[in-house]
Design a protein around this ligand. Structure first.
Ligand code: NAD
Ligand code: MG
Length: 402
């Protein structure tokens, strides 16, 4: 076969992608990989929110067919930024959903928060393969999300590094021989903080993650360890294990990304540098592997890898999340909504750091008293739990103000 023929064949085989949340941290890392391998990947739509300059720049350089902003007010600026190109432009929440429904080989779901649920589920309903970074949509949607995937046959490929690690070492043929899934947590910037230091912790301190460079919301979740709580819920839905089989270990070096323990005493782990381009590349290429521009692991330079238990007194988010998961139904949707409000309040300096989990707990307790922790059967049930959680967290926030 000539080189030209091979090129044409690869072009025909190129995987067509849409990126929801292309202007964010995961979106940019995804484009970094895709942009290095344009024979293998091509972009259909890019979806962002208010960062129009970045969205337009991305769409031009990767030659997307469609660029969408979720903000209807931003239609004109985006249209102007893409004037003179043949890239289609659209704006507004409906346009985001329509973009997610276009036929592609894979959707990278990397919008932050429950805002990602509607477009991701729209793609799931088309049976499209999903690279799932947006953990909140699974935490919020829960079994409504997984059942939609089962109905349509949409494959969900984890992008979150812990879940990618588990996916890489989980032997589905021996699912009955799995005893534990152990998610690792860096412990975040406040791992060694005393309770007094936590009471005084600022957003600036919380935004300085020791190992990972990520969007603001997940960085705060990493500081409170709510990120690990959300990830336990995510693992429960992705891997179909019991709550008792889920465990967390703090591993400050962020090299071992998670572990699967089997009944015969073997524990399998996936290791790598803390760089999201590795799990993103794995999801993009699955079931193949492709190269990613990530430094190789040099264990001899690292010397030691350490592990410790989470201090649940200083970091109550793990217990809160597992309790919500055990409660089932809308409890995790309420937890997620309250956490989104609490993180925004903390970032605006209206709440002290420990009030993030305090407000989440108070919202769940109130939801229980109000009879709002019920089974969820449909997306409408998810929306009503989500909006109740947001409204109640806003209302209760005054109790925790600084
Ligand atoms: P980010 O804040 O950097 O980016 C968020 C993206 O979502 C941006 O493109 C933004 O424009 C878009 N967006 C926000 N609101 C929107 C809306 N209403 N409609 C449409 N688009 C909207 O966040 P991130 O760090 O890239 O995280 C994205 C998701 O991936 C989160 O769910 C996070 O938990 C998960 N995740 C991130 C990392 C990481 O390293 N950053 C790792 C694992 C999982
Ligand atoms: Mg993670």
């Amino acid at each position: 076969m000539t080189v030209i023929a091979e090129r044409i064949e690869r072009a025909v085989d190129a995987k067509r992608l849409t990126i929801l949340g292309s202007t964010g941290s995961i979106g940019c890392s995804t484009l970094d990989i895709v942009g290095r391998d344009t024979d293998r990947f091509e972009i259909d739509a890019l979806v962002g929110n208010s960062n129009i300059d970045r969205l337009a720049e991305q769409a031009k350089s990767i030659r997307a067919r469609l660029a969408v902003t979720a903000d209807p007010e931003m239609y004109r600026p985006l249209k102007e930024a893409l004037a003179g190109t043949d890239i289609e432009v659209a704006a507004g929440p409906e346009a985001v959903i329509e973009a997610a429904q276009r036929p592609v080989d894979m959707i990278m779901a990397s919008i932050v928060g429950a805002a990602g649920l509607a477009p991701t589920i729209a793609a799931v309903n088309q049976g499209t393969t999903i690279g799932l970074a947006n953990k909140e949509c699974l935490v919020s949607g829960g079994s409504v999300f997984t059942q939609a995937a089962m109905r349509s046959g949409a494959r969900i490929l984890p992008v979150d590094s812990e879940h990618s690690a588990i996916f890489q070492v989980l032997n589905r043929d021996h699912a009955d021989q799995i005893s534990r899934l152990i998610l690792t947590a860096s412990g975040g910037p406040f791992r060694t903080f005393t309770q007094k230091q936590l009471n005084e912790a600022t957003p600036e301190q919380a935004l300085k993650h020791p190992n990972w460079s990520m969007g603001r919301k997940i960085t705060i979740d990493s500081a409170s360890l709510m990120n690990k709580g959300l990830e336990l819920i995510e693992a429960f839905h992705l891997f179909d294990v019991s709550i008792e089989q889920l465990d967390v270990l703090v591993h400050p070096q962020s090299i071992v990304h998670s572990l699967v323990e089997y009944e015969d005493g073997s524990t399998l782990a996936q290791l790598g540098m803390p760089d999201m381009r590795t799990p993103i590349a794995y999801a993009l290429a699955w079931p193949q592997r492709i190269s990613a521009p990530v430094p190789k692991l040099r264990l001899e330079e690292l010397g030691a890898l350490t592990f410790e238990r989470v201090d649940e007194n200083r970091f109550p988010a793990i217990r809160l999340s597992l309790d919500a998961l055990a409660h089932g139904g809308s409890a995790t949707a309420v937890l997620n909504a309250a956490n989104e409000i609490a993180v925004a309040e903390f970032l605006s300096k209206r709440l002290p750091f420990p009030a993030i989990t305090g407000l989440v707990r108070a919202t769940i307790e109130r939801a229980e008293q109000d009879g709002m922790l019920a089974a969820m059967h449909s997306l409408d049930d998810v929306w009503s739990a989500d909006s109740y959680g947001r409204r109640m967290a806003q209302e209760l926030a005054s109790r925790f103000r600084m």
